[in-house]
Ligand binder design. Sequence first.
Ligand SMILES: [Zn+2]
Length: 335
Amino acid sequence: MKFDLNRLRELSITEVAIKLGIEVKRKKVLCFMHEENTPSLEFDEKKGMFFCHGCNQGGDVITLVEKYSGSNFLSSCSWLENAFLGGTANIQQFSSPSLKKRVIPKIEIHANSEIYEWLISHATISKSGIDYLKNRGFKESIIEQMQIRDLQHPSIFFEDLRKKWGDDQLLNCGLAKNHDKYGITSIWWDPVILFPFIDPVSRVNYIQARRINNKEPKYLNLIGLIKPTYNLSCLQQMKLGDHLFICEGIPDTLSMIQLGYYCIGVLGASSFDKSLIPALMDFEIIVIPDRDDAGERFFQKLRSEFNSVGKSIAKRQLPNNFKDVNEYLRSNSRN
Ligand SMILES: [Zn+2]
């Protein structure tokens, strides 16, 4: 068996890759030699070479067939010859290379306080961010205390995040997503206010964003993470028997804090974390649900969770003319 190696090496490496079953849609594709979430396998059509920046493996068309099919040099040459040069009668037919099925790794998403804290410490709050929050009745002192930030150009900020942390880390903590069309992008694309969630040991364990332009959805969550409870760090300052209010969202929770109450935010009845209950047993729990059916269901859900451990909780209704606490705050700050 003799192959014209020069002719084989002149074959288009992209065409060989496609023939092997590798999807070559963009400049870089997911590597078949190592597990990764971000494409780092590149084909150089001019040189007829491939190279992976993730596992530093590469070579020419023949090596590509060897690596992909798991067959030896001669079998790989034979496969190439048959696939592209028509083959000859006296070489053994190399039918279908036993291609390794690429396993698409499932991304495990975890909160990453280090990245969230870096983000919050490098972002600022702009004049328009402050104006937006002031319009909703919030004072600058509360904006500062709760470390609220905004991003007027999230995609520009995202490039800084990428440089510092890399795509995989951002994907793994819910701050980035992988589009088929556009590759890795930020989860925020138009101006947003950022609310960091600070846990009882003063770490940032979540960030919720609110779009300033009021487009739906108004609130943007981190991808793949359960929303934790907002403002849990207030538990540090509380004493036995203190009143702890529970509101349904961030604006209401912030409103209560500004009014001088201890308050935590549970973002939807389904995201109430039962494992919190022991830490809340020492306090008088008062829920302020929104004045609607969903608000009532929210209260019922929380009440049954607390009742199951023998603790009763109270409900405080807002005066008739207010839909939620933030409306109440705004009317108060106007007077
Ligand atoms: Zn690789």
